[in-house]
Design a protein around this ligand. Structure first.
Ligand code: ZN
Length: 354
């Protein structure tokens, strides 16, 4: 029997399931469920030590219907409408409270981490480590006042956009057999946001950003460039994936790519087919490791946010992925890097903790 290597993960949408009962079946994180991909009992079984808990904002059901804006050079790609800040703030506060209440309910099993050392301690002790991540900056005002407050509350990672436009940048619309170069780059407010995140020590996530926005972040940020849940465009030409040039820029900053389990970002045909073998995940890992090195690759599962290969199924299937990687030739040292060490290294540099 080989030792279990704890898995630290770049992205899950579990808070969305927990906050909206119609999505998650009204489940509790602390009880085993058949719904979704991730809860504490299943995390324990799968060796899932923690990760980024995203606050993803669904459309405002009370907003008047708006025509989706057209994005980029292709008329086939459409972006969902922007969100109102008041709606976004209400929802991120409610969903962050959910996360903090989970910690309060079970502090010796679930901890909201604010430093890399805390992640290491949690993995050692078997306490599930959660990073508060906002997937889109709609709740942030241009004066960055809410950012200061959210940082003090525990926000340590921010995606400038989800796949919609906002004050700071434009997300990449979902599309296949298409470049991620779909629209304009960061606004002045977006550039100020990157600087503010650098100053505070909040990780800036480029997943869901269009290509021009990516290059603006790369030019501006003084932290490693991180795509928390994106794959290789060369293997799966979805707009959400990263071109070789983008990957090289990430490697230059000793940044990080978290391999996404969404079959639509894995398969070379982009089909939403759960009968996608684990070998396709391994193929992306191989490609990324060859291109940017074993120190810059990890995972960003998208658990509870995507259609994932049935062979993984849910978080309890992670040992099957680890076994497939081992079979492919990744030794324990390499697997430890992929599974959690690279994430901890990047976060330590970004958060500048000892
Ligand atoms: Zn996402």
């Amino acid at each position: 029997m080989s030792e279990t290597i704890p898995f630290f993960d770049g992205h899950n949408d579990t808070l969305l399931h927990l906050h909206f009962p119609d999505r998650g079946g009204g489940r509790s994180f602390f009880e085993r469920s058949d719904h979704g991909h991730l809860d504490l009992p299943r995390a324990r079984e799968g060796g899932f030590g923690g990760g980024f808990f995203a606050i993803h904002l669904p459309p405002d059901p009370t907003a008047p219907p708006a025509a989706a804006s057209e994005a980029g050079p292709s008329t086939t790609l459409r972006l969902p409408p922007a969100l109102e800040r008041a709606y976004a703030q209400r929802l991120v506060i409610a969903m962050s409270a959910k996360l903090f209440r989970m910690e309060a309910e079970s502090p010796d099993q679930f901890h909201v981490v604010k430093s890399a050392s805390e992640i290491e301690q949690c993995l050692e002790k078997g306490v599930l480590a959660a990073i508060l991540h906002f997937e889109g900056a709609e709740s942030i005002d241009p004066e960055m006042e809410s950012l200061e407050v959210f940082y003090r509350a525990g926000l340590r990672s921010l995606g400038i956009v989800w796949s919609r436009p906002n004050l700071f940048a434009e997300g990449v619309p979902f599309g296949f057999a298409h470049s991620p170069d779909t629209g304009p780059g960061l606004t002045d407010a977006g550039k100020a946001l990157v600087r503010a995140c650098n100053r505070l020590g909040i990780m800036v996530d480029v997943s869901h950003l269009n290509e021009k926005g990516f290059w603006d972040v790369a030019a501006l940020s003084d932290a490693p460039i991180v795509a928390s849940h994106s794959n290789a465009h060369a293997l799966c030409p979805a707009t959400r994936n990263l071109t070789d040039r983008q990957l090289d820029a990430i490697a230059e900053t000793h940044g990080m790519v978290g391999v996404n389990f969404s079959v639509t970002f894995l398969r070379d045909d982009g089909a939403r087919d759960p009968h996608t073998p684990i070998s396709v995940v391994v193929r992306h890992v191989d490609y990324l490791v060859n291109r940017i090195g074993i120190d810059c690759v990890g995972f960003g599962s998208d658990f509870d946010g995507a259609t994932i290969p049935q062979e993984i199924g849910d978080v309890t299937g992670l040992p099957r992925l680890v076994a497939a990687l081992r079979e492919r030739g990744y030794d324990t040292a390499a697997l430890r890097k992929l599974a959690h060490e690279n994430w901890i290294r990047v976060l330590r540099e970004t958060w500048r903790d000892a």
